[in-house]
Design a protein around this ligand. Structure first.
Ligand SMILES: Cc1cc2nc3c(=O)[nH]c(=O)nc-3n(C[C@H](O)[C@H](O)[C@H](O)COP(=O)(O)OP(=O)(O)OC[C@H]3O[C@@H](n4cnc5c(N)ncnc54)[C@H](O)[C@@H]3O)c2cc1C
Length: 267
């Protein structure tokens, strides 16, 4: 059975500041966070994710939990709303330890807590991170892989591909809102084929195009590991299809609902 998550061996709450923001395409904005506390992050690469703490509108600063164990959440919930931060999950897209910087790529999707914060973020604004580890954990002998994501997990897949060994052979399906969100500069081993899918105004729930593309695709011969993440219906739909229609063993599929259509993240 594949492990679901590789948890960090040591971690602590880290408070950083916005250094800059970069709107890279209609949907994506990269926020660079930095500061001396970043030395406490042990970068693992791949899809390493963090809890991201953001101040709510109207708060004068960020209140971070002080506990770096599982009790942090109770500590946050006990804070009065006037001081309680928003807590969301995001991927560490890149780390530059020598500069004390991390990049997080946000897929913008509406006037939500995270997206509103990104659009208003200015250098010097505070944000906090807490390492949650990584979930892309292929067995060392995985011959061919399938990676599937909507825009929320595009940063994770791009980081996975950048960290992958040269021997990786994979079919990759990435769904984004617009053709203009498609990246021309994907860094990946030669045996990786990336298929971009753009909704371009269709009213489909994110993830449907990627799921349909996987259903229509010829899967790589010797498929031995699948990683799928994005809207919950995409993640569960890919798993259901592979198991029911393609005879893939459940144990060879890692799938993660990064968000749920019509539901806010708790926190
Ligand atoms: C491990 C992990 C890593 C993640 N990494 C990233 C990342 O690097 N970049 C990234 O952009 N997201 C990432 N996500 C997804 C992100 O945490 C969610 O999209 C989150 O809900 C965004 O918070 P919010 O405040 O914008 O919206 P919420 O307050 O949580 O939700 C408000 C409304 O927006 C909808 N919504 C939420 N997310 C999306 C979306 N992506 N597209 C369309 N509608 C949405 C909800 O259904 C709800 O109706 C990750 C999630 C996980 C679990």
């Amino acid at each position: 059975m594949l492990p679901k998550v590789q948890s960090p061996t040591s971690r602590r709450m880290i408070t950083l500041e916005v250094r800059r923001t970069d709107r890279t395409s209609p949907t994506f904005s990269t926020v660079t966070l930095g500061g001396p506390e970043l030395e406490h992050l042990l970068p693992t690469g791949f899809d390493q994710a963090v809890r991201l703490f953001l101040p709510r509108a109207g708060q004068t600063g960020l209140t971070m939990p002080t506990l770096s164990n599982e009790a942090w959440m109770a500590q946050v919930l006990l804070l009065p709303k006037s001081r309680r931060p928003w807590v969301r999950n995001y991927t560490i897209r890149r780390v530059r330890p020598e500069l004390g910087e991390v990049d997080i790529e946000f897929a913008l999707h509406g006037p939500t807590p995270a997206c509103s914060w990104v659009l208003g973020a200015r250098p010097g604004d505070q944000a906090g991170i807490f390492d949650m580890g990584r979930t892309y954990l292929p067995p060392p002998d995985a011959e061919a892989q399938l990676l599937v994501a909507d825009e929320s997990a595009v940063p994770a897949v791009l980081a996975i591909l950048e960290n992958a060994p040269d021997s990786l052979a994979a079919e990759v399906f990435l769904e984004v809102p617009e053709t203009a969100d498609i990246r021309k500069d994907v860094v990946a081993p030669a045996g990786v084929r990336v298929h971009w899918l753009a909704r371009d105004g269709s009213a489909e729930v994110p993830g449907r195009l990627a799921l349909d593309a996987v259903k229509d695709a010829a899967l790589p011969p010797g498929l031995s590991y699948t990683w799928a993440a994005g809207e919950s219906g995409l993640a569960t739909g890919v798993r259901r299809h592979l198991v029911r229609d393609r005879g893939v063993a459940k144990a060879d599929i890692a799938f993660f609902g990064y968000w749920r259509h019509g539901r806010s993240s708790p926190g």
